[in-house]
Design a protein around this ligand. Structure first.
Ligand code: HEM
Length: 99
């Protein structure tokens, strides 16, 4: 395995490994990967809905519901984003408990 210093700095695992724990071996990451991919793809869906809103404003003849479209992916992003945010803290606590 590559030394911690050679891992990408923005990697969540690298940050945890730098803290002295080898979490990539102790914490299952499959859920994390799934949520991160969902968050990534929702960001594209969100961007598309924002572009639709901009076009609707320029066209000046769109129904009101069009402007609520970005809220759908945004709610998904809020949930998955908050999960991603707390993940390092819960994983670190779990690792500390198991060591
Ligand atoms: C609505 C509330 C949101 C919350 C709470 C949130 C939170 C987060 C968190 C905690 C991460 C992980 C950062 C890390 O690597 O440690 C993340 C990654 C990311 N977010 Fe969000 N986010 C939100 C909305 C958005 C929106 C609106 C976009 C774009 C339109 C977006 C795009 C991304 C992308 C592209 C990543 C990187 C995903 C990856 O690592 O592959 N997020 N977000």
């Amino acid at each position: 395995m590559a030394p911690a210093a050679h891992r990408p700095a923005r990697s969540w695992n690298a940050a945890v490994v730098r803290g002295g724990h080898r979490l990539s071996e102790e914490v299952p990451l499959s859920g994390n990967t799934w949520v991160r991919q969902t968050h990534r793809w929702l960001s594209i869906v969100f961007t598309v809905t924002v572009v639709i809103c901009i076009v609707a404003v320029l066209a000046q003849q769109a129904p009101d519901w069009v402007f609520y479209l970005p809220l759908l992916p945004l709610i998904g992003q809020l949930v998955t984003g908050l999960y991603l945010f707390v993940l390092p803290y819960t994983a670190r606590r779990r690792a500390a408990r198991e060591s």
